[in-house]
Every structure is written in C-alpha cells, then in structure tokens.
Design a protein around this ligand. Structure first.
Ligand code: SF4
Length: 262
C-alpha cells in the first residue's frame, strides 16, 4: 500500500483472504490479478497455489495482532473482493469478526483516553466491492441494527449502466457508504444517489493501454458532489499511477467524510 501517495485513500490494508475473478469492464487490467498477485507470489508472500479464480484464506493473517497496528483508513481485503461468491458467508464473517474485535478494543481504549483528555483513535475500516448486492444483503443480516460506524462500505462502478445496477444496493446499506468510480470508463450521472457519504473518482492506470478518462466526465461528478455538499476525492485523472495527474481545473480534490483521518 502506497502510504505516501496522496492519491491513495488508505493508510494501510489487511488481506487475510485473497482472490477474485474478472467480473465487469473495469476488471480488464486488474491491478491485483495482473500485478500484485504474481509479484507477491514471486516474493514468497503468497503461496504458489494462489490463482485467478482461486479463493485463499491465509490463516496467519487472521491473528488480530496483524490488524491492531494498522491505523487511519484501513482497506479490508484489497487483494481481491471479499464479496466474491467464492468466499463463503463463514469466511466473510471470519474476516469481520476480527475487524469487530479490534475496533471494539480500540473503542474501550478510546473511552479511557477521552477521560484522560488524550486524543482518540478514529480508525476506519473500508470494505469495497463490485458485488454490491451481496455486500448489502450480507451486512443487513450481520448487522441488523446498522453497520458499526468504524466500517465504511463502498461500491465501485465504471459506467452508467453499472452504476444503475449496483448503487441501489449500496443505498440499502445502513451505515457509512461511498461511491467509488474507478476506473471511470464513461460518463456517470449520480442523480438519485445523493444519499451517500463520499464520492471518489479515479482513472484507469497501470498499463500502456489504460483507457483514458474524459475530463468532462470528472467535471460532471465533481459538480454533483459540490451541489450536494458531498466530500469528493480524486485519486487521479491521468493514465499513469507512477506520475499521477490529480488536478482538475487547477486544483486537487482530497476531501474525506468527517471522522476519516488518513
Ligand atoms: S472485482 Fe476488483 S479485484 Fe476482482 S477482478 Fe475486478 S478489479 Fe480485480
């Protein structure tokens, strides 16, 4: 995780399970399947049995001690998609059990710290998926009183048709919810999806054939966010992740919801 990249939303990530399969247009050049996964296998950080289409649980990483030191905005299962149908409900519960345990320990410490007048730790755990329907249904069962405030739920979309397919499910989530438009492959009108907490946008990057983002598409989303007073974050609008272009009309957009501290 690129901690020092200003275009990154996260301070760190935690991947006790890994795996995914290409699912929609935005997956064509998946950074995990084509980049991180083979690289991590070469480094010996992942077993050679990890393949596209193969879900893997990494038991040692479920140790809460692996998650506890991660602070700020922590991506949960960035190396794949936690709501991929090859991960069983039991596996998703296993992941979220650790998140809940660590977050509740932190809340207890915060209680003591607040009494002593010390700053509290507001770490957020980010879930994001293209499988919005499964995420919404799963979280509804797991957290019938609402998703705890230390978790934020995002659905990623890449064009209008996929936004209209997935975002109604995001709106079913009772908790922090955000729209992740990345890679942006076409114009997206978010009218009707105003009831979210954050809008994030990014172009496709990473390969010479990265599909370009038309800046007018980004302007339309920015104008929607501004008109609806939604925090707006642009990861990048150019084709390179090594030299990211982050300015739109002369400024960057680095807004986070209240309580999210990178
Ligand atoms: S859903 Fe995400 S992780 Fe899975 S193949 Fe698509 S881009 Fe890659």
């Amino acid at each position: 995780m690129a901690k020092h990249n200003p275009g990154d939303l996260l301070t760190s990530d935690w991947n006790p399970v890994v795996g995914c399969q290409r699912y929609s247009a935005g997956c064509r050049d998946c950074w995990w399947l084509d980049g991180i996964m083979p690289w991590q296998i070469r480094l010996g950080n992942l077993p050679e049995t990890v393949t596209e289409g193969g879900p893997t649980e990494l038991d040692a990483r479920f140790d809460p001690a692996k998650l506890r030191p991660k602070k700020g905005i922590v991506g949960v299962v960035q190396h794949g998609d936690l709501f991929w149908d090859k991960f069983s409900d039991a596996t998703i519960h296993r992941v979220l059990d650790v998140v809940d345990q660590v977050a509740r320990e932190r809340e207890e410490k915060n209680f003591c710290r607040a009494k002593l007048g010390k700053p509290t730790d507001n770490t957020k755990y980010i879930l994001w998926t293209k499988r919005g329907e499964r995420m919404a249904s799963f979280l509804d069962v797991r957290y019938p009183q609402g998703v705890p405030p230390y978790i934020a739920c995002g659905v990623s979309v890449e064009n209008q048709a996929l936004a209209d397919e997935r975002l109604p499910h995001l709106l079913r989530v009772q908790g922090h919810r955000f729209v992740m438009i990345e890679p942006m492959l076409g114009p997206i009108d978010l009218t009707g999806y105003e009831d979210v907490d954050w809008v994030v946008l990014g172009s496709e990057t990473g390969t010479e054939r990265a599909r370009p983002l038309n800046l007018d598409w980004a302007r339309q989303v920015r104008d929607f966010a501004v008109a609806n007073s939604l925090p707006f974050f642009i990861k990048q609008v150019g084709p390179s992740h090594k030299a990211p272009v982050r300015c739109l009309d002369g400024r960057t957009w680095d807004e986070f919801p209240v309580g999210f501290n990178k």
